[in-house]
Design a binder for this molecule. Structure first.
Ligand code: UFG
Length: 331
């Protein structure tokens, strides 16, 4: 298949692009390079630098490249940032997704894999979280993605769009020592901790120590980026082989095990041998206390199996990348 990967220069999109190529698909990576990196795009993929708000550009792209399926990663992702500038999240994540879906409709592209998020659930009613549990985001980021999931149900029902929505819990780790997480500025926990181990910052802040969790800090379910990427391939192949109008594929993706912020720091101390000083700080607005996935559904339906089931191997892979590329990608 010829697959358009929006956000193909980003952390997760670029790893999925690698996997697609390895599986024999063709990849057109589409990215405005506002957050992504040219160097992250695989050599055998075509990179088109453009913006999802440009409907005419999208129309031209989908038709000229004869795209069969779209995987949509391009988005703003930081929950904390969304509580300062929600408008940017509704513009970039929600409005741009609609533009993309309209362009797909016009070009007759019928397969869509959406990067969704655990942030849809807000403070969950139970743990581990199943797909049908209550969707009630506690931050504008989660809401901006939930609105896309809602649109997708109608595009499916009315226009016969075949789609998968993959709700990532906390993506982490590196697929190769020369390919990893490089956000600017970096706000994610594991890279921030590793910046301390590299001596680039003196300490890591722990945002909130008064949550009702065993050690008072937030608990998250960390999933390796390569395991996430593999799930996308399985979802795409399932869409390719599904009969017309079959049900959407909606899956939670995590390891099913939660780690508190303090536990993550401890694992990183073991992996790096650095003491990693911490400063206990106030809560970050919009952070749910605990997010742990049940991924039974995707295991059962598509046979997905994570290869990096333990946090230590996830942190080790991230550490390899950060040590080799302390400044991230050169661009
Ligand atoms: N944290 C700290 N100190 C830091 C950075 C983070 O204590 O310097 C804490 C956060 O408060 C949170 C936890 O570590 O409790 C994880 O924070 P991240 O910023 O690494 O990740 P989030 O859980 O906020 O969000 C990430 C993605 C979202 C996705 C979510 C799903 O950025 O896109 O995981 O669980 F929706």
């Amino acid at each position: 298949m010829k697959v358009l990967v929006t956000g193909g220069a980003g952390y997760i999109g670029s790893v999925v692009a690698d996997e697609l190529l390895q599986a024999g698909h063709q990849v057109v990576a589409f990215d405005n390079l506002s957050r992504g990196h040219r160097q992250a795009v695989p050599k055998n993929a075509e990179l088109v630098v453009g913006d999802l708000a440009d409907r005419a550009g999208l129309d031209q792209l989908l038709r000229s490249r004869a795209i069969d399926a779209v995987m949509h990663f391009a988005a703003l992702i930081e929950a904390g940032e969304s509580m300062k500038a929600p408008q940017e999240f509704f513009r970039n994540n929600t409005a741009n997704a609609l533009t993309l879906l309209e362009a797909m409709l016009a070009a007759g592209v019928k397969r869509f894999v959406f990067s969704s998020t655990a942030a849809l659930f807000g403070n969950p009613e139970r743990t581990p979280i199943e797909e049908d549990d209550r969707l009630q985001p506690t931050n504008a980021y989660g809401e901006s993605k939930l609105l896309v999931e809602r649109m997708l149900t109608w595009f499916h029902q009315i226009h016969g769009l075949g789609y998968a929505s993959l709700r990532y819990f906390n993506a982490a780790g590196a697929s190769r020592p020369d390919k990893g997480e490089a956000h600017q500025p970096e706000t994610h926990l594991i890279p921030r901790i590793l910046q301390v181990a590299l001596g680039r910052t003196k300490h890591v802040n722990i945002f909130g120590t008064d949550y009702s969790t065993p050690d008072g800090t937030c608990v998250r379910d960390y999933i390796h980026v390569s395991d996430l990427a593999h799930a996308h391939l399985l979802a795409l192949h399932a869409l390719e082989n599904s009969p017309k109008n079959s049900s959407p594929l909606i899956y939670n993706l995590g390891n099913g095990q939660g780690f508190s912020v303090r536990q993550v720091v401890e694992v990183a101390r073991n992996v790096t041998g650095h003491p990693i000083p911490v400063i206990e700080s106030p809560r970050r607005p919009g952070d749910p206390a605990v997010l742990i996935a049940s991924s039974e559904k995707i295991r059962r339906d598509l046979g997905w199996q994570p290869r990096f089931g333990d946090l230590k191997s996830i942190v080790e892979s991230a550490w390899q990348w950060h040590r080799a590329y302390p400044n991230g990608y050169p661009d």
